[in-house]
Write a protein that binds this ligand. Structure first.
Ligand SMILES: [Zn+2]
Length: 357
């Protein structure tokens, strides 16, 4: 008989800047240490945990106030803008009219935030919860629903090469009752490459824990993410395809913009007009930026009036970025907009700065 291992993700809520005490008391308490070490094997998808594409997922609330349930409904559906799934929410078993529920949510204080991964929720009894939300806020809801759709923690992406300061992390988390094994299993150890589908590490992902610079040997840190990142949207749309319309495949002409720069597959926007250009998003796309100049290029995604940094592109290096057709991207040199653009087709866009040697 197949040995079924249920992966139940414990969200350590390192995810709040919480552990550094800046969010007040509520997030200070970590999830209770699991009674036995949970080997979380795993935008990092745990293989074999996808729901059937196009499925209507029935979600039953086991507890919670009307307002809490409403908050969950409001934010969880964000995923289904990109994933070809439909969420149906039920307030009671009788509303299900004999149908089975797929995900069951409770709101037990002291039990933290956690979720079964993807379709492994099917291994739970119909009266057992598959998700607990001790904190009912956008960030936590999006994160736990990411697990519920089959995603694991992004900071353990095998592509993440952050040099962790294991001692410092343990010093902090041991105060919450963590063992060194838990620090290894939930923060440091990358997921097993054989058990997950992964792409490049995305520190903007909703599935990453936030962490302070003191946790890393190179001083890098991650702030708490409140929104789905570009990669989150792209990855979930790939896992559950069909929701976003795919742009027409066509080969865009190469347009010389200036002697120092050529572009193809992208449409240039006047730098001055970026703030007023609306996003008209359709299918998944990608582009490459090559830097043959002596200057450092900084790549930003521009959305809802703000710039989010995605990459630093050093001289003689290149960067590949996944995106959606219609999203606005800006490349700065020394904080000045050098190029603003959007991809125009599904085929790969290309932006070249300077002349290749
Ligand atoms: Zn988590």
């Amino acid at each position: 008989m197949k040995n079924i291992i249920i992966i139940f993700v414990v969200c350590l809520i390192v995810r709040g800047t919480s552990i550094f005490g800046s969010q007040g008391g509520k997030r200070m308490s970590f999830v209770k240490p699991p009674t036995q070490p949970i080997v979380a094997t795993r935008s990092v998808e745990v293989k074999g945990t996808r729901w059937k594409n196009g499925k209507i997922i029935r979600i039953l609330f086991l507890g919670g106030t009307k307002a809490e349930r409403q908050t969950v409904r409001q934010f969880a559906v964000e995923w289904t803008r990109y994933a070809n799934l439909t969420f149906e929410f039920f307030d009671s078993v009788s509303q299900l009219r004999g149908q089975k529920s797929d995900i069951r949510i409770d709101f037990v204080q002291g039990d933290g935030a956690n979720s079964a991964i993807g379709n492994e929720a099917e291994y739970f009894e119909q009266n057992e919860r598959t998700m607990n939300l001790e904190w009912v806020d956008k960030s936590t809801i999006l994160h736990e629903f990411g697990h519920a759709l089959g995603l694991d923690h992004e900071h353990q992406n095998p592509s993440n090469h952050t040099p962790w300061n294991r001692k410092a992390i343990f010093a902090e988390l041991s105060k919450q009752g963590w063992t060194i094994e838990m620090v290894d299993d939930f923060v440091i150890k990358p997921h097993d490459r054989n058990l997950v589908n992964f792409s490049q590490y995305d520190p903007q992902s909703i599935m990453v824990y936030s962490y302070p610079a003191s946790w890393t040997l190179d001083g890098s840190s991650v702030d708490q993410n409140e929104e789905l990142s570009e990669m989150d949207k792209i990855n979930i749309a790939k896992m559950y395809p069909g929701k976003t319309s795919v742009g027409e495949e066509n080969i865009a002409p190469v347009i010389p913009v200036s002697q120092a720069q050529t572009i193809s597959g992208v449409s240039e926007i006047n730098c001055q007009k970026v703030t007023k250009t609306p996003e008209r998003v359709s299918g998944a796309s990608s582009f490459i930026v090559e830097n043959h100049t002596n200057e450092i290029l900084t790549l930003y995604w521009f959305s809802a009036g703000k710039k989010t940094k995605y990459a630093t592109i050093h001289p003689d290096s290149r960067h590949e970025q996944e995106t959606y057709i219609g999203h606005l991207w800006v490349i700065d040199v020394q904080s000045q907009c050098k190029l603003a653009f959007t991809t125009t087709s599904k085929s790969k866009g290309k932006v070249v700065f300077g002349k290749p040697n």
